[in-house]
Write a protein that binds this ligand. Structure first.
Ligand code: ADP
Ligand code: MG
Ligand code: ZN
Length: 561
């Protein structure tokens, strides 16, 4: 049987997708390979088919127990003899399967990485003919990837102990050059054949939304704009997952929560309810990312900023694996960013670490993505080192931008001047008072009422100035010093803004919300969420973080922003 017949017979497909055929041919010729393909690109077939067509048994290393079971179930349905071995099996079941493997009855054996370098498994592996070792989600071996698994280090150890080295085939959807090089060297791939297919997912519509009220945005989205279809909403913390899920349930939606804090039984049930369309929407931490193979997920919402661009791409990529139109929405809140930056600044102050630098870089990359005016698809692909041919993709929020941007460069310049003229020694509260010409006694005591920037924004509301400051911090035009008093200071980028080489924009809807009643727009009621979530919650937010940080480190709790 040749590979095309096998593709038809066992998988029901008549043509290969981009990259598959080359990888399959090279594995069959005995060469190591590294296949980099986006989520949903069809990596599994690249090792399943060679396994079928070769003599012996393929060992497949896969990071998740649930993933193994799904894959093996699928293979068995397609008439491919295969099995898996992991800690979920009873001892009797385990020895039954080991026997089947020893008798050569399995074309593929899925194994958890921590089992590879055990005496039992090595004993079995050295007594059978191994056609290839396939490593799925190979980026898990890299500490710098987004899913580091120490147990992946067992893989090269295992391969070295085999009586005969089989070809090694590694697969991942993570394409940064650094992670790629790490995979090759840590897995000890021998001059591998490499394929990296395009990262564009044409059926995904990317959008960054900056709503005043994220909860209401999501509620409207799931019942208004997107009344049906399965979806995943990712939150940063377990607490956020539970509270958002509860809010949506209260509104009568079919929603379940998922995070690593639940018992495994419950997690499994939630996952299955979603797979079989008994639950429409899952609110989850990124623990729900890998292993979810539901093809018809119609939307993925990031309620909080993801960890980094790779994590974002992977998580958003859970949408539309069937090729159908799907939406990926990233919710952006400057208050979240300010909070994260403050935490990083405080950590750094307690002893800067590489990790802090890494976090800072990752966060800024995503913030820049949220603020870019160019095509969002180009921004994502650019991160992975790919350029896009067309200028307007027509399938992202920026290429189809409806919302109006207001140029607020002058306002931003006034704020920067004030920070500078007051010697970069004060927090946002004081700066706002100076700009608005406050009669506050403290301002007078400090002599700030004689400042040249005193009162130059008297016609602007406190809410708007706060809003602009938060955007300035988020975009890196203003720095926050860590420590007990987070004071504001200029950054390298501030100069560009002051010289007019960079511009600063705010979306019309945020402006309306921060300054209700301005520009003749009807004043919306508070309940309507019109006061910026960010502006109104900012102080409470920061005060509570500072309190916590102060408690943890026994710093004096000066609650000054
Ligand atoms: P990945 O592991 O790269 O995320 P999968 O291997 O799970 O992707 O494949 C994603 C989907 O694409 C699966 O439903 C699979 O059956 C399908 N698929 C893979 N190869 C082909 C092909 N040549 N033609 C059509 N569909 C394919
Ligand atoms: Mg896969
Ligand atoms: Zn676009």
């Amino acid at each position: 049987m040749d590979k095309r017949q096998a593709l038809k017979k066992h998988f029901g497909y008549t043509t290969f997708r981009q990259g598959q055929e080359g990888l399959i041919d090279q594995i069959l010729s005995g060469r190591d390979v590294l296949g980099i393909m986006p989520t949903g690109g069809g990596k599994s077939i690249c090792y399943q088919l060679p396994a079928l067509l070769s003599e012996g048994t393929a060992i497949v290393v896969s990071p998740l127990i649930s993933l193994m079971k799904d894959q093996v179930d699928g293979l068995l349905e397609n008439g491919v003899p295969s099995t898996y071995i992991n800690s979920s099996l009873s001892p009797e079941e385990l020895s039954r399967r080991e026997e089947a493997i020893l008798e050569g009855r399995c074309k593929l054996v899925y194994v958890a990485p921590e089992r590879l370098d055990t005496r039992d498994f090595l004993a079995i592996a050295s007594r059978i003919r191994i056609s290839l070792v396939a490593v799925d989600e190979a980026h898990c071996i890299s500490q710098w990837g987004h899913d580091f698994r120490p147990s992946y280090k067992e893989i090269p150890r295992f391969i070295r102990k085999l009586p005969q080295r089989p070809p090694v085939a590694a697969f991942t959807a993570t394409a940064t050059r650094f992670v790629k090089e790490e995979i090759k060297s840590l897995l000890e791939l021998d001059s591998p054949y490499e394929v990296a297919t395009g990262f564009d997912r044409p059926n995904l519509f990317y959008k960054v939304a900056k709503p005043q009220n994220k909860l209401r945005y999501v509620a409207d989205y799931v019942e208004g704009q997107h009344p049906d279809g399965a979806g995943i909403i990712f939150c940063a913390t377990r607490k956020a997952v539970e509270s958002l899920a509860k809010e949506l349930q209260k509104k009568g939606h079919s929603v379940e929560a998922y995070h690593a804090g639940f018992e495994s039984e419950q997690r499994k049930a939630v996952q299955e309810n979603f797979m079989f369309d008994r639950t429409r929407i899952i609110v989850a931490t990124n623990a729900f990312g890998m292993g979810i193979d539901k093809p018809d997920v119609r939307f993925v919402i990031h309620y909080n900023m993801p960890k980094n661009m790779e994590a974002y791409y992977q998580e958003a990529g859970r949408a539309g694996r069937d090729g159908g139109d799907s939406e990926c929405i990233l919710l952006y809140s400057p208050a979240d960013i300010v909070k994260q930056k403050l935490i990083i600044a405080n950590n750094a102050e307690m002893g800067a670490t590489d990790r802090d630098d890494l976090l800072r870089g990752n966060l800024q990359t995503l913030v820049n993505h949220c603020h870019t005016q160019e095509c969002l698809r180009a921004s994502i692909l650019g991160y992975f080192g790919e350029s896009q041919e067309v200028e307007n993709c027509g399938r992202c929020g920026n290429c189809l931008d409806e919302s109006e941007q207001v140029d607020m460069t002058t306002e931003a310049q006034k704020i920067l001047s004030c920070i500078y003229r007051t010697n970069q020694r004060y927090g946002a509260g004081t700066i706002i008072k100076v700009l608005r010409g406050s009669k506050d006694k403290r301002i007078q005591d400090l002599g700030l009422d004689g400042q040249s920037t005193y009162g130059i924004m008297a016609d602007r509301s406190e809410g708007l100035i706060k809003e602009i400051i938060m955007h300035l911090i988020a975009q890196g035009f203003v720095q926050m010093a860590g420590g007990a008093y987070p004071t504001l200071a200029l950054s390298q980028a501030s100069r560009q803004l002051l010289k007019g080489e960079a511009r600063f924009h705010l979306r019309q809807e945020r402006l309306d919300a921060a300054e209700p009643g301005k520009k003749g727009k009807p004043r919306r009621s508070r309940e309507d969420g019109s006061l910026s979530e960010a502006a109104s919650g900012l102080y409470a937010h920061l005060v509570s973080i500072r309190k916590k940080l102060a408690e943890e480190r026994q710093l004096p709790a000066y609650l000054v922003f």
